[in-house]
Design a protein around this ligand. Structure first.
Ligand code: ADP
Ligand code: MG
Length: 730
């Protein structure tokens, strides 16, 4: 009998929900207690330092060096009052997760003892070495050190007994080695470009923020079951496993009552998030069994992204207390829904206007249409690049599968807005804009958009980039991703597009055209130009794939080939114009993408090879022997005719099992050979393409035969927790 499997199943069934008492105070009273926020700054910093730091946080002004000591000292005092003993620079290397290296707050006092110390210098900048993080060749020379530097716009926080200071991570030579630097640069670019365009409508706009509201999907699996699955443990997904007879067909999990053990975990997670100042608000069961979702109130994109990364590590930390493991992988289970991380994105001014929200007056509506259409243009021009920003070895399993956006980027607008734009682009009259004095003018094609949008409820779930009333929802982002990858490309592309738009409008104004008329005319041209990106239909169909190809949209499906989009000359130029990423940085990043892709597939291939040969085949052969034994014993008891009749089914089963075993052996050898060939390739791109073209397919083929064996081999002997156990025990 497969002892480990049955033991972990038995343990898992017996587990009870933990008792998670609610904090004694109300959320509003303990919200942000682990964060060095304004309230703590006021309490722990001298007035002058407090004001300067606030200025830095709110307006991105550089903090004078001499104030850094004062900030650091106040921060340390607060952290120690909270029981912290260590501090760390918390950064986001290209691995996708976060990194930290803890140092104690102690310094020798020169007399054999220590004093608690945290200087401004240590707060502002450190050299964590961290040379093993992927850098794509930027740090190949010995002097190319890596530095982490404080991002004062995101507040420090405490996890356990460690003060975490959000930082950027850059090379000695200034190149970005992380996700935060390009994100911050793109936010700066989109701020500048948007403010310039806003001036046409409102001269008092001084800053435009990019907002992000993510929705994090994840699976929970009992820890014991997880530990009995080498594939879950090492790759985050099941490489084999036959579908459970029941999975999500009945859709009875979606929005259903949250199981008690999970509820206890969610409660604790929420309390912890609120203490960390993460404004989580929504929780529910997702479509697949054991799949859940958590979403906060949206925030400024840099902070929202830090909060998402912090949330992912908090989920992993808290779920262990409840004997769960969280799967953040995009596709942990075959045949049921995968997990995404919808990124709700919008732009808003410091005057409180959401630029993607239809206004009340025609003028506000023209501003809304301006931003809407420019976003569409940006997505149109860079649809391949945007796809590259969300694809990787793990999300590739989700894209194009039946529950996820297809591997083609298109924009959904909804019926009313589509009609308004259609009307706008087909208007031919000269009197499109009727001016009735400064405040009131009328535009054909964009009449009463706000009223129209109020009943705009036709939410299209199949679109990778959907307009949802006052924001765009970038749905193709994967659940395990650092959202900064996608948000950087989106903000940069929109910034560049807005700048181009302004140049075109200004040229017309210089030629004596009225500003509003010039804006309208340029936009009208754009609506016609970017028609191909607009698709309101069902993105899951085969017809759409063909149609998208006809429209000239990027239909590449191979992840390593999609990464090429970063290095296309129009992308490089766009990133350089917006100062978001230099060519050198782009090359390094893409090198890392290829390298990471190869490594992930390589690990999966090794794990599957091991599982197939060492876990599955011995069990299948063992069961085959039992059958053979029975067949021979029957032969000694019965006449030939009787025996043939009685053992026909067993003989067929032996044949079936032998066939699958032989296939698994052959395919595994072929997979090892394919890896050997690929591993000899020096060029990272060629190697990644080879892994994609020659190894990935074999993973599926081997799985097919293993899953067939799972259906026929004695359940008592099957060594790995089955799908029904992984998905329904909670
Ligand atoms: P749904 O599942 O229907 O898409 P959710 O409520 O789960 O909706 O998630 C919506 C997310 O969008 C939340 O994080 C919310 O804060 C965010 N959001 C709402 N308005 C905006 C906006 N203007 N800009 C960015 N994000 C927004
Ligand atoms: Mg959503």
């Amino acid at each position: 009998m497969a002892t480990l499997r049955f033991k972990v199943v038995e343990d898992a069934i017996k587990r009870k929900a933990l008792d998670v008492p609610a904090p004694e105070k109300r959320p509003s009273e303990y919200y942000g207690m682990y964060v060095f926020n304004e309230e703590k700054m006021r309490k722990y910093l001298p007035q002058k330092t407090y004001e300067a730091l606030l200025e830095t946080m709110k307006h991105g002004k550089a903090l004078a060096r001499d104030l850094a000591d004062s900030v650091a000292s106040g921060m340390r005092q607060w952290a120690m009052d909270m029981g912290a003993t260590h501090y760390t620079h918390w950064f986001q290397p290209l691995t996708g997760g976060t990194a930290e290296k803890h140092d104690a707050f102690i310094e020798p006092d020169g007399q054999g003892g220590v004093i608690e110390e945290f200087s401004g210098k240590l707060l502002i900048q450190q050299e964590p070495d961290a040379s093993s993080f992927p850098n794509g060749g930027i740090r190949n020379t010995f002097e190319a050190r890596g530095y982490s530097a404080w991002d004062a716009t995101s507040p420090a926080f405490i996890v356990g007994t460690t003060l975490c200071v959000p930082t950027i991570f850059i090379a000695y030579t200034g190149e970005a080695l992380d996700f935060k630097v390009p994100l911050l640069r793109s936010l700066e670019a989109v701020d500048k470009a948007s403010v310039a365009v806003c001036q046409y409508f409102d001269a008092t706009v001084g800053k435009v923020h990019s907002y992000l509201g993510w929705e994090q999907e994840y699976f929970l699996v009992d820890e014991g079951l997880w530990a009995a699955r080498p594939d879950l443990m090492l790759t985050g997904r099941t490489l084999i496993g036959h579908e459970s007879a029941k999975n999500q067909q009945l859709e009875d999990h979606y929005f259903g009552a949250i199981p008690t053990r999970v509820m206890a975990f969610m409660k604790e997670l929420e309390y912890e998030c609120w203490k960390l100042g993460i404004p989580v608000k929504t929780r529910h069961n997702e479509v697949a069994p054991n799949q859940f979702e958590l979403a906060p109130v949206y925030e400024e994109a840099n902070l929202a992204n830090d909060h998402n990364l912090l949330l992912m590590s908090t989920i992993k930390r808290i779920c262990r207390k409840h004997c769960f493991r969280a799967l953040l992988h995009e596709k942990p289970f075959k045949g049921i829904n995968g997990s995404g991380k919808h990124c709700n994105w919008s732009l808003g001014t410091d005057t409180g206007v959401n630029l993607l929200s239809p206004g009340k007056t025609p003028k506000n509506n023209l501003q809304f249409i301006t931003f809407l259409v420019n976003v569409m243009m940006a997505v149109y021009k860079y649809n391949g690049l945007l796809k590259a920003s969300i694809v990787n070895a793990t999300n590739a399993h989700r894209l194009g599968a039946n529950e996820a956006p297809p591997a083609i980027i298109s924009v959904f607008l909804g019926r009313q807005l589509s009609e308004a734009l259609d009307k706008m682009s087909s208007c031919t009259g000269q009197d499109e804009i009727v001016f009735n004095g400064e405040s009131g003018f009328k535009m054909e094609g964009i009449p009463h958009i706000p009223e129209l949008l109020l009943d705009n409820t036709d939410r299209n779930r199949t679109s990778p980039f959907a307009f949802t009333g006052n924001r765009f929802e970038f749905r193709a982002v994967g659940s395990s991703a650092n959202c900064a990858g996608a948000m950087t490309v989106l903000n940069a592309a929109v910034a560049d597009q807005l700048t181009e738009f302004k140049t075109a409008v200004d040229a017309r104004i210089r030629n004596g055209e009225d500003a509003m008329k010039a804006i309208y005319t340029v936009l009208k041209g754009y609506v016609r130009e970017c028609k191909a990106i607009h698709f309101d239909g069902n993105g899951y169909t085969e017809e759409w794939k063909a149609e998208a190809a006809r429209r000239g949209l990027d239909c590449t499906v191979s992840a390593p080939e999609m990464f090429d989009r970063y290095l296309a000359s129009e992308s490089v130029e766009m990133f350089e114009r917006t100062h978001v990423l230099s060519k050198k940085e782009l090359e390094a990043r893409v090198e890392v993408m290829w390298e990471t892709y190869t490594k992930k597939i390589q690990i999966e291939a090794r794990v599957l090879g091991d599982m197939a040969m060492n876990h599955i085949l011995p069990v299948a052969s063992g069961y085959e022997s039992v059958l053979l034994d029975k067949i021979f014993k029957l032969q000694s008891l019965f006449t030939d005719d009787q025996w043939k009749k009685l053992s026909a089914r067993d003989i067929a089963l032996v044949e079936n099992i032998s066939g699958h075993i032989a296939e698994i052996q052959n395919l595994t050898i072929r997979m090892v050979d394919a890896r050997k060939v690929a591993n000899k390739i020096d060029c990272e791109r060629t190697k990644a393409v080879a892994y994609h073209d020659t190894v990935v397919g074999l993973l599926d083929e081997i799985r097919y035969h293993v899953d067939k064996l799972e259906q026929v081999v004695d359940n008592e002997q099957w060594p790995l927790p089955k799908y029904r156990e992984l998905l329904f025990i909670r």
